[in-house]
Design a protein around this ligand. Structure first.
Ligand code: SF4
Length: 494
């Protein structure tokens, strides 16, 4: 528990291994904020973060404001590991900001856990960030020139410092924030706490999601969250999305909103819809479960093959597998059982355990699968290493044919906007044809969803999405230095 920010704490963990983790892109972060005098704001934030745990499992933190007093607790680990009842009781106040993190910029250390807290002339600011800046190096140099004291290695701290610099130069919160955001390039959905109120902000393209909710009546109180599933868990009502380029300011006087950036085309990350966000979250007026089922139906129309059963890779491949079954008439079964209690483990496995890796998390149902021709549906393939192990485990239990169907197009480019998709040379589809990938994965056939299928099934403007990891068409220019190696930035900063 810190009644002043533990800005100087450094706690290298030394444990960056994820030996049984899925071969999947990793989400960057979940953010949550609440302005609710009279409510147990720390507890609400705890449960909000609990619902957003899928967006980051490395660290979690909550800051509360009680007037000008600030309280904070953050640490490495899952939300349920970082907080307990007695810690939450000490996080008093009317305002809370929360964060759950997976690192994409800045290494995996306690000092990089968020929210980032900075003291300014106007009081403390607490900032929770989902996304990734692409001009971090430039911003860092500007801040260092102005004698800013950089403590962490995160781009999120740099956004907070840029706001603090503006506040210290005489701006009020709103003017200072707007000026600071103009210095930031990249993806950022922010929940910001101050002694006076909370802010919800999205970058001009709206790459990462951010929603507003209400709780209580007379007076109504406001909640900010990365996804609607975090509103549901605390009984808040979904009000609306925070618009790309919008700044929402919530104080004792209620909610005000302004556009802080020029209007540019919306570019929500399509991968949020395909895989990252929870299936029970609402985007574009429907649950992502419904969208993912439609992807499966479309996939069946595009690449049907004769088989006995169809099943999905738990959990994210399941809605598409159900859709595939509905459209094809092929029986849907649960072919793989997931151990839901396997998370990030910090204990090094033995080599024999490494060899058995996939079964730590997914175990094939032998009596259901033996002697069958199966269609296995997954949402994406990144490196392909886990998929191959999975296919071998199916052969081991007597599957006679394995047909893999993927409910998105091939991932050919890395993400620079807050998702860890690995560098391009590790992406299997960047260098191999579909036939070559099928051979490497040892499947009898492989098919991906078409580009048009993925976009048309959104039932939205098909230009309104970032699709760069499928075609390299980055809506925000990526500096060459950052393009050359996704690892470069981290190497320089740490
Ligand atoms: S590059 Fe891919 S993962 Fe990154 S924001 Fe764009 S669509 Fe999403």
């Amino acid at each position: 528990m810190n009644t002043i920010p533990d800005h100087a704490a450094t706690q290298p963990t030394g444990f960056d291994e994820y030996p049984f983790g899925p071969d999947k892109p990793e989400e960057a972060c979940g953010v949550f904020g609440v302005y609710a005098p009279g409510f147990a704001v720390a507890k609400m934030t705890y449960f909000g973060l609990y619902a957003l745990q899928h967006r980051g499992q490395e660290s979690a933190g909550i800051t509360t404001f009680a007037g000008n007093q600030i309280h904070q607790h953050k640490d490495m680990g899952l939300v349920s590991q970082v907080f307990n009842e007695s810690i939450l009781d000490k996080l008093t106040g009317d305002i809370a900001i929360g964060h759950t993190r997976y690192s994409t910029t800045g290494s995996s250390r306690k000092v990089n856990a968020q929210p980032a807290v900075i003291e300014t002339r106007l009081g403390y600011i607490s900032l929770a960030h989902n996304g990734n800046l692409v001009n971090t190096m430039q911003l860092r140099e500007e801040l260092l020139k102005n004698d800013c004291n950089l403590v962490t290695t995160t781009d999120s701290e740099m956004i907070a410092l840029a706001i603090a610099a503006e506040a210290n130069a005489g701006s009020d919160w709103l003017a200072g924030c707007k000026r600071a955001f103009h210095r930031c390039q990249g993806a950022f959905s922010l929940a910001i706490g101050t002694p006076d109120g909370i802010m919800a902000v999205r970058d001009p393209y709206g790459i990462r999601p951010l929603v507003l909710g209400t709780i209580g009546t007379n007076p109504v109180r406001y909640v900010i969250a990365s996804e609607t599933c975090a509103l549901d868990i605390i009984g808040a009502e979904y009000l609306r999305d925070v618009e790309p380029g919008e700044l929402v300011w919530i104080t004792a006087d209620g909610l005000t909103s302004c556009r802080w950036s020029q209007q540019v085309p919306k570019k929500l990350c399509i991968f949020e819809m395909i895989y990252f966000a929870r299936p029970d979250s609402i985007m574009h007026d429907e649950s992502l479960y419904s969208y993912r089922m439609r992807l499966g139906r479309r996939l069946a129309q595009e690449s049907l093959i004769d088989a006995d059963i169809v099943f999905g890779v738990p959990d994210s491949g399941i809605p598409a597998a159900i859709g595939f079954s509905q459209a094809s008439g092929i029986d849907y079964v649960e072919g793989l059982i997931k151990n839901r209690y396997v998370g990030r483990t910090f204990i090094q496995p033995t080599q024999a355990m490494r060899d058995a890796g996939i079964r730590m998390k997914l175990n094939p149902l032998k009596d259901v699968l033996m002697g069958k021709r199966v269609i296995i549906v997954d949402d994406s393939i990144v490196r392909g290493t886990t998929s191959r192990k999975l296919v071998r485990s199916l052969r081991d239990v007597g599957v006679t044919e394995v047909h893999m169907r993927i409910s998105s197009p091939p991932v050919t480019h890395p993400c620079f906007y807050g998702i860890d998709t690995d560098s391009q040379d590790h992406l299997i589809a960047a260098t191999k044809s579909v036939e070559e990938i099928a051979k490497q994965l040892e499947v009898d056939s492989l098919a991906y969803l078409s580009w048009s299928g993925m976009l048309e099934e959104t039932r939205e403007d098909t230009n309104g999405f970032c699709t760069a990891c499928f075609n390299g068409d980055y809506p925000i220019t990526i500096p060459e230095q950052l393009k050359r190696s996704k690892l470069m930035l981290e190497t320089i900063l740490t």
